[in-house]
Each structure stands twice: as C-alpha cells, then as structure tokens.
Write a protein that binds this ligand. Structure first.
Ligand SMILES: NC(=O)c1ccc[n+]([C@@H]2O[C@H](COP(=O)([O-])OP(=O)(O)OC[C@H]3O[C@@H](n4cnc5c(N)ncnc54)[C@H](OP(=O)(O)O)[C@@H]3O)[C@@H](O)[C@H]2O)c1
Length: 272
C-alpha cells in the first residue's frame, strides 16, 4: 500500500500498545508488535519477542525487522512499568528496574533503530510519557522520575536528530483504562503494614486505580500516536486524557510551585 510504513511498537501485548499496534495495522502499515510473552492469539500484526531491559534482545529485535523489511520507519517506545511505593520504601534495585524499563529501555530501542533511520534520512520516534512525567505523583515517585527523565531525553534527542530528517515526539497520557491497574508493581517495603507510609500509600494508590478504571479508552492515545507516525502532527509533546488532567498539566506551568504542591497534597489528603 502506498505510504505504508514499517512500525515497531514495544509493549504491544496489552493496553495502549495493543490499541496502537491494532490501529496502525488497520491503517495499512506493517506493524511489528513486541512483548516478552508469546504472541497474543488473535493479534493481526507481526509479533517479535523483546525485553527492552536487555541489550541483546533489543539488538536482535531491530536486526530482525531490518532483515525482514530493509527499513524501519517508526518506533513507538510504549513498553512501560508502573511502580508504586513511597520513595523511602523503594529499594535502589527496584528503582533501577523501573528506570531500566521506562528510560533506558526507550533509549536502547532508539539507539538501535537510529543508524538505519539516519542512513535513510527519515524516521519517527514516539516515546510514551505520562501525566506523571509532568507532575510528581506521591507513592509513584520512581515512576514519575522515570517519565520526567523520558521527557528530557526526548527533548534532547529530538534536537540532535532533526538534521537527519528524524522526528521525535512524546505523548503523555493521563488516566487510560488499560490492564495497568493489574500490572502495577508494588515495592516490597511498601507492602509491609509496619511501613510508616503504609496507610497513605494504600489509600492514594487506590485513588489512582479508581481513576485508571474510569480513564479514557486507549484508542485516543493510539490515534495520537498514529497521527505522529503518519506525519499529520509534528509537535514535540502531546497530553492526551481526561480534561481535568490536561488542565492540571497546564496549571503546573503557571501556578506558583508552592501553591500547586499545596493543592496536590490537599487533594491526596497528605497534609498534617
Ligand atoms: N494506562 C495509563 O493510565 C497510562 C497513563 C500514562 C502513561 N502510560 C504509559 O503507557 C504505556 C503503556 O501502559 P499501559 O497502560 O498500556 O500498561 P500495560 O497494559 O501494563 O502494558 C504495558 C506493556 O509494556 C510491556 N513491558 C513491560 N515491561 C517490559 C519490558 N521490560 N520489555 C518489554 N516490554 C515490556 C508489557 O509487555 P509484556 O508484559 O507482554 O512483555 C505490556 O505490553 C506505559 O509506558 C505507561 O507508563 C499509561
């Protein structure tokens, strides 16, 4: 099909990645969707095994795409891990796992795909950020840290590769109804009832889960990513999600920091 692109979508086994892979495939692109697991039975796209935390896995996956198709037009760095727990209740090992997936995973895949994109003088990389990458979320501190880091990495990379004809953008979803509610990882210490944060952590994470269950369908995020892959949008960053959350992100930029933090703490019931 004319205009058909070869697109790699990481974390395509569920949620936003699945919706994105399905939409891109339905629009006539050749989608390679990845997972650490077996191919989801009915998925209409090509499947590839990928663990973004492993160099060898990433190199093999990109080499496989290039061997099969001779090019890679777009990468959607969607694979992600949501970790819950107070910062004090997050071990360095657990933090490393989160950053390894959400930041270094995206960087690994981008680094592996970029040489072929530069050679062709074109390409698109879309990184999946989060509202939590604009606003520090209590009891998801390391997740917020990873998504803030991804914002910075995306902004820097976009400037570095523009001269090679490569577009880099970030999509930051707010609450989206996906299996993330069940896939959220809780740090070990945060599950100890003796933790001084135990009660507040359980309460706040329950608020997150409620909002996620009532979140927007992943189709909206998939449509935004598709616009970027197909070149209908070229902006550096898009927030997609419930109106209230988009307003919150906008407020972050204009409301004085102390006032913003006071409002957040009050909302989550975290003030003395
Ligand atoms: N849902 C929301 O409210 C929301 C809001 C903002 C941002 N996001 C972001 O959107 C992205 C997708 O989230 P989702 O809600 O769709 O969650 P999800 O349903 O839990 O999907 C996560 C995906 O990431 C993959 N993954 C996790 N660790 C991986 C690893 N080490 N290597 C390769 N793949 C890995 C999983 O694949 P396998 O387990 O099959 O390997 C799965 O396909 C994430 O980056 C998340 O941070 C979600």
């Amino acid at each position: 099909m004319p205009g058909s692109k070869v697109v790699l979508v990481t974390g395509a086994s569920s949620g936003i990645g699945r919706a994105t892979a399905d939409l891109l495939q339905a629009r006539g692109h050749h989608v390679i969707g990845t997972s650490r697991r077996e191919k989801p039975g009915e998925a209409p796209w090509t499947w590839a095994r990928l663990d973004v935390t492993e160099d060898a896995s990433v190199m093999a996956c990109i080499a496989g795409v290039l061997a099969a198709h001779g090019r890679i037009d777009a990468v959607v760095n969607n694979a992600g891990l949501v970790m819950a727990g107070a910062v004090e209740d997050t071990s360095i090992e657990e933090a490393r796992r989160s950053l390894e997936t959400n930041v270094l995973g995206a960087m690994r895949v981008a680094r592996a795909a970029l040489p072929a994109m530069r050679e062709r003088g074109s390409g698109t990389i879309v990184n999946m950020g989060s509202l939590a990458g604009r606003v520090g979320m209590p009891f998801q501190g390391i997740y917020s840290a990873s998504k803030f880091a991804l914002e910075g990495l995306t902004e820097a990379l976009a400037q570095e590769v523009a001269a090679f004809g490569i577009d880099v953008a970030l999509v930051a979803p707010g609450d989206t109804a996906t299996p993330v509610v069940d896939n959220r990882v809780r740090t070990v210490a945060s599950q100890d009832p003796a933790s001084p944060y135990a009660a507040a952590c359980v309460r706040v994470v329950a608020m997150y889960e409620k909002d996620e269950r009532a979140g927007v369908p992943p189709a909206g995020v998939a449509a935004m990513v598709t616009d970027l892959v197909e070149g209908r949008r070229r902006g550096p960053r898009y927030v997609v999600g419930p109106v209230g959350q988009r307003v919150l992100v906008a407020a972050r930029g204009v409301v004085p920091g102390g006032v913003f933090r006071w409002g957040m703490s009050r909302y989550f019931g975290l003030r003395r």
